[in-house]
Design a protein around this ligand. Sequence first.
Ligand code: ADP
Ligand code: GLC
Length: 480
Amino acid sequence: MKNILFVTSEAVPFIKTGGLADVAGSLPRYFNREKYDVRVILPRYLCMKPAYLEKLTYVSHFYMYYNGKNRYVGILTTVVDGITFYFIDNEEYFSGEKPYGDWFWDLQKFCFFCRAALSALPVVGFKPDIVHCHDWQSGLIPVLLKDSFRGGEFFRDIRSIMTIHNLKFQGVWNVPVIKQFTGLSDYYFTSDKLEAYNDGNLLKGGLVYADKITTVSETYAEEIKTEFYGEGLDGLIRARTNDLVGIVNGIDYTDFNPETDPHIRKNYNVDNFRKEKYKNKLQLQSEVGLPSDKSKFVIGIVSRLTDQKGFDLISCVMESLCQEDMQIVVLGTGDARYESMFRFYTDKYPDRVSANIYYSEELSHKIYAGCDAFLMPSLFEPCGLSQLMSLRYGTVPIVRETGGLKDTVEPYNEFSKTGTGFSFANYNAHEMLRIVEYAKRIFFNNKKDWNMIVERGMKQDYSWSSSARKYEELYDTLLK
Ligand code: ADP
Ligand code: GLC
């Protein structure tokens, strides 16, 4: 049996702000359980849903000297679908309204989390062969494994993997502060280690010290070797090319299944979507305050409203997108300017745009099921899960050809009758508008082809089954 520990700042069903939670919470279920014991450790946030907080059982606690004083480290646990989750408890650090918010505070809190997570392992008696770290919040772990945790019997030989879900966020502050929060010596703060552009950088630490690096699609693995996508670390990524692999994300095909989804009005599948799917459209329209009309071309957006997701392209041509035969349903929160942009257009065109500026698991499922198309024109996209959810629900993705979007959506070709969606290459608002209009033309004028696109999309397999095998192979190579 190989023991694997996922270290993450979020995981479904406990706490989620984005795709990282989906991955960290669902991937562990898809390993071969006879060979891999994959467990997950994350903070116990007070903002987790009360129903989940109540489920956690106390294991133990200890005090750990960190950043100037002795601090409480509680350990809790629960098992979901046979997967053991551990939680690090400390009310000072983890009692905010959201998992993240203030950079300075977040840095301190996740450096604490990394130390506490490793320190908790002998206490719970789980000795991982590999610690699999996700994003900057756990970037300190590979460094600690080669530093203060190197000596003892327990930690010796533990290997580490650093997975990049988003290179944009690196956990950066000036060197004295990062030195204080990490408790690392001067030795680590040179440009070949944790220092980058005169600052301390936690993700960089992970990328330098991890035994292997992965990211969440093959295309993104290539893109981050370039200056445009490399976020200042492309040199390091190029240097570690031989240890870098791109493994595309999957989604949980049980949670995201139009045939059984309890959140949607009418369940359907690839055989009967032609007759049944539109019932979800009618219900979605009335629920979000748009006229219920089967004949409109309805585009969905479920997203963090940030620059990454291409909202400046949408803002730029929003007026032209608000056409009479179209409706746009948005669900998301984020930058104030995008929130107000969508609110503005909802006021201006109440029968064409519906802005739902909040977080709702349930409405997201209704959008994946009820729309005709799903728009995701990202500036960069390490993988993207929303387009996979759309494919699964027969909602045709319209995406920019970057990162995981490029790897998972095959553009429609009207001559060869292939493709599962629509895509455009350049980060250009009018190029996006043209492709949306093209999709709309196919929707209205060539229903047969449209339905074939839907059908091909629904038949794609983006469950975890093949990607989990790739992680298993990676674990095996590392432990050879
Ligand atoms: P990212 O992780 O960059 O935000 P992904 O596409 O990988 O992008 O994952 C986003 C996940 O968050 C999807 O599961 C999506 O449905 C969900 N999501 C984003 N915004 C909301 C929201 N406002 N309400 C519900 N779910 C949301
Ligand atoms: C990040 C990326 C997204 C990816 C997700 C899960 O949030 O922005 O593209 O799907 O992580 O890996």
